[in-house]
Design a binder for this molecule. Structure first.
Ligand code: PEP
Ligand code: MN
Length: 334
């Protein structure tokens, strides 16, 4: 059960509602976000919600049977729109293409990517500066210095910046340079990181774990929300399966499922989802047809020279062709 409280509810009023819930066996947690105050109740017995709804300080009451609560569509039917400023909005009914290199490699590369994105009308650039790599000897990113450079160049052109945060200790120093934090697949259940991202007032793109279920993804999103940050995007990036013909198995089923179960925008990452350059465009279109609010694509001027994920990275020409096909698909779906 979710009880939405009035902004000016008093402590004694909260206590009164909490006491009533406890007498019916509910365990209640108070959640304060940048836009609301809620009491989230779990595990209780039957209670007259009309009575709760009439109590002082209560705006409304909803029963939510899903194990996750505040990210559930049982509570909030209207889709959440993520505003990044300068008119960039994700989840507002049209598809948002986001692109960039797997790793930020240097100033020339960032400038060239920004030029490509501008030409293709892409407003959001993703590039990693803290790279989670399977081998500690692989390129692990340019770090905060790289992020400063990336952010300065992108912002000159009003391009929004997404980059991965690997550890809670990095959140603060990254803050002024990012428009959105990415939580990677390997950190999808790093609950201390999720707790801390809940305390930040910038959106978080949360990827599904490598072997994570959709319920686990939604529960991870609930960690962020319940710590105070309502601005979350869910990202399907492929799961590990028995199939070895490509890097991961992009679970397209996740897209309509997540859209039905949650009000949060759903993003598809076909680059990691299949991991093979020549198949990425087809899977991007498939993700959009399945209802994704946005997609995340890896691009590079010379993909074969990319310092990470070269095999799944599109060239600028391939990205351009994809944008044209996305437009055609949008017309067909309209
Ligand atoms: C990435 O986005 O480059 C990345 C490492 O993704 P994932 O966490 O999905 O593997
Ligand atoms: Mn990558």
């Amino acid at each position: 059960m979710i009880i939405t409280l009035t902004p000016h509810i008093t402590e004694p009023q909260i206590e009164e509602i909490g006491a009533l819930l406890r007498t019916h066996g509910w365990s209640a947690s108070l959640v304060k976000t940048q836009s609301g105050t809620y009491l989230v109740g779990i595990n209780g017995k039957e209670i007259d919600v009309r009575h709760v709804g009439r109590m002082a300080g209560v705006l409304d009451v909803h029963r939510v049977s899903d194990v996750y609560k505040l990210v559930s569509r049982q509570w909030k039917v209207k889709p959440t729109i993520i505003e990044l400023g300068d008119g960039v909005r994700i989840g507002a009914g049209t598809h948002t293409l986001m692109a960039g290199p797997c790793s930020i490699e240097g100033e020339d590369q960032v400038r060239s990517t920004v030029r490509c994105l501008k030409r293709l009308g892409i407003r959001v650039m993703r590039g990693g500066v803290f790279k989670p790599r399977s081998s500690p000897y692989s390129f692990r990113g340019l770090g905060l210095e790289g992020l400063r450079m990336f952010s300065a160049i992108a912002r000159e052109e009003k391009i929004k910046v997404i980059t991965e945060v690997l550890d809670a200790s990095q959140i603060e120093s990254m803050y002024e340079y990012v428009d959105m934090y990415q939580v990677g697949a390997r950190n999808s259940q790093n609950f201390t990181l999720l707790d801390q991202l809940g305390k930040v007032d910038k959106p978080v793109l949360l990827k599904r774990g490598i072997s994570g279920t959709l319920e686990e993804l939604l529960q991870s999103a609930e960690y962020i929300f319940s710590n105070g940050n309502e601005r979350i995007l869910l990202c399907e990036r492929g799961i590990r399966s028995f199939e070895k013909s490509y890097r991961n198995t992009l679970d397209l089923n996740a897209i309509p499922y997540l859209k039905e179960k949650s009000h949060l925008p759903v993003i598809v990452d076909p680059s990691h989802g299949i991991g093979v350059r020549r198949f990425v465009p087809a899977m991007t279109l498939a993700g959009i047809a399945a209802g994704a609010d946005g997609s995340l694509i890896e691009v590079h001027e010379r993909p074969e020279e990319a310092k990470s994920d070269a095999a799944q990275t599109l060239s600028y020409e391939e990205a351009e062709e994809l944008t044209l096909n996305i437009e055609k698909l949008a017309m067909a779906l309209a």
